[in-house]
Design a protein around this ligand. Structure first.
Ligand code: PEP
Ligand code: MN
Length: 466
């Protein structure tokens, strides 16, 4: 799983300087989306300013390298074959203010803990993919928000406008795109430092649990960490090779929503002569922007990164095949991840026909489960929330359907944070409607807190062992 990164060469850093006709055609293809309908784009007040920012973004260094995206693609192909499991997680919307060392470290620790629970419980390598270092823009159900008779543009994520309900803050500002790039860069730098610099060493398995409040899930984790410690000491004493345990791969991902940003960070890789989106290792197309003839599907169909697409409850087998034909015409293993997000009440009814289709067509697509977005509701006290039990029921349904059809339940896509927030109801702490107000911090969708995330990992490890 942990193949070495390819050595970084000047070819990674500079686009091709001698465009031949094929390269020129590829480059031109990257702008076809501009003539297509593009859903969920902000109304920038000053187009010229946006263009100046996009030109600047087109010249900044890449955040990720093409060779890394290729490695991730290979790992996702293994997950699609049932030889690995994908854990994709992070905030619904990252914010600039919370891109701090503590918050980032807590999220990484939580993901590392979840991954170790899954790896240990299911004897399966776990691919760690953050919804991190770029998740700064959001699709919205309404373009405007009205409070006490005042109507302003809806908050669309820190890459576009500010959350405070004031005209100046809610007006889209292209300079925020530059801040999104630089904050992604510093976040990714910290991720690389933590995961390559010793912190992710499996010998730190106890350390990842420190600083979190004690809870049943943490106690269960401690017990498992003791077992892992013993096993590692045995391995070391027996002269086993533990080098592979020192570092982990931790990849970045976000929704490829803001096309001016995504395009500016899409470059022709001179090693292969093909385009890569160098803003993240993995990008996905959301449920609201996956129109077959739309701009998002067109741009993402042209990049070589592994990509995902959300598959909601209204998707028919025919819609699915048309999306697959556009996004993965070569049927390349690891290229396309199908992220089902049906809702607990719908998954058992709606997923079987889709899974049957990918099976019948022999597609190498990786199916993963987003058990969050189909289970959102407003609580009696007015908070946007989700019930832990609904989330787990959707995951259980996902496993049941794939096991019945004979396809692979290959991973999870979760909104989570490493902090002890109170945004989702239930879990071992029994967070109820009255508790939501205690620490409700998300600016967008409710996230599992640290304990709920660990609990989920223990439950999913049991599902994986069947
Ligand atoms: C999201 O992932 O935050 C999101 C908006 O999801 P979806 O596109 O599935 O609604
Ligand atoms: Mn969300």
């Amino acid at each position: 799983m942990s193949a070495p990164l390819h050595p970084i060469t000047s070819a990674d850093l500079y686009p091709t300087s001698t465009p031949d006709t094929a390269a020129a055609a590829l480059e031109a293809g990257l702008d076809v989306w501009r003539d297509l309908p593009a859903a969920q784009q902000p109304e920038w007040p000053d187009r010229a300013e946006l263009e100046a920012v996009a030109a600047e973004l087109a010249s900044v260094p890449p955040l990720v390298f093409a060779g890394e995206c290729d490695l991730l693609r290979g790992q996702l192909a293994a997950a699609a074959r049932g030889e690995a499991f994908l854990l994709q997680g992070g905030d619904c919307a990252e914010t600039f203010a919370e891109a701090t060392a503590d918050r980032i470290r807590n999220k990484i620790k939580t993901m590392l803990q979840m991954a170790v629970v899954l790896t240990y419980g299911a004897s399966m390598p776990v691919i760690k993919l953050g919804r991190m270092a770029g998740q700064y823009s959001k699709p919205r159900s309404s373009t405007q928000e009205t409070r006490q008779g005042v109507t302003l543009p809806a908050y669309r994520g820190d890459a576009i406008n500010g959350f405070p309900f004031e005209e100046a803050s809610r007006t889209p500002d292209p300079k925020r795109l530059l801040k999104a790039y630089h904050t992604s860069s510093s976040t990714l730098n910290l991720i690389r430092a933590f995961t390559k610099g010793g912190f992710a060493d499996l010998r730190q398995v106890h350390e990842w649990n420190r600083g979190f409040v004690s809870s049943p899930a943490n106690a269960r984790y401690e017990a498992m960490a003791r077992d892992i410690d013993r096993a590692m000491k045995f391995m070391i004493a027996a002269g086993g090779d533990t080098d592979a345990l020192r570092t982990v791969d931790f990849w970045s991902s976000h929704e490829g929503l803001l096309l001016d940003y995504e395009r500016a960070l899409t470059r022709i890789d001179s090693r292969t002569g093909t385009p890569y989106n160098v803003s993240a290792h993995f990008v996905w197309i959301g449920e609201r922007t996956r129109q077959l003839d739309g701009a998002h599907v067109d741009l993402m169909s042209r990049v070589r990164n592994p990509i995902g697409v959300k598959i909601g409850p209204t998707t028919t087998p025919d819609d699915l095949m048309k999306l697959v034909d556009k996004l993965d015409p070569e049927r390349e293993p690891g290229r396309l991840t199908l992220v089902s997000r049906m809702g607990a009440g719908k998954i058992r009814g709606n997923l079987p026909a889709l899974a049957e289709t990918t099976k019948k067509e022999g597609l190498p697509a990786l199916w993963i489960c987003d058990p969050m977005h189909g289970n959102t509701f407003e609580s009696a006290s007015g908070f946007k929330t989700r019930r832990f039990d609904d989330v787990m029921d959707e995951v259980r349904g996902f496993f049941e359907v794939h096991n019945a059809v004979g396809t692979v339940p290959g991973g999870l896509h979760v909104e989570l944070t490493g902090d002890d927030v109170t945004e989702c109801m239930g879990g071992a702490e029994h967070i109820d409607d009255a508790d939501l107000a205690t620490r409700y911090e998300t600016l967008c969708d409710p996230r599992l807190n640290h304990q709920q995330s660990l609990e989920m990992a223990f439950l999913v490890a049991e599902m994986l062992t069947g």
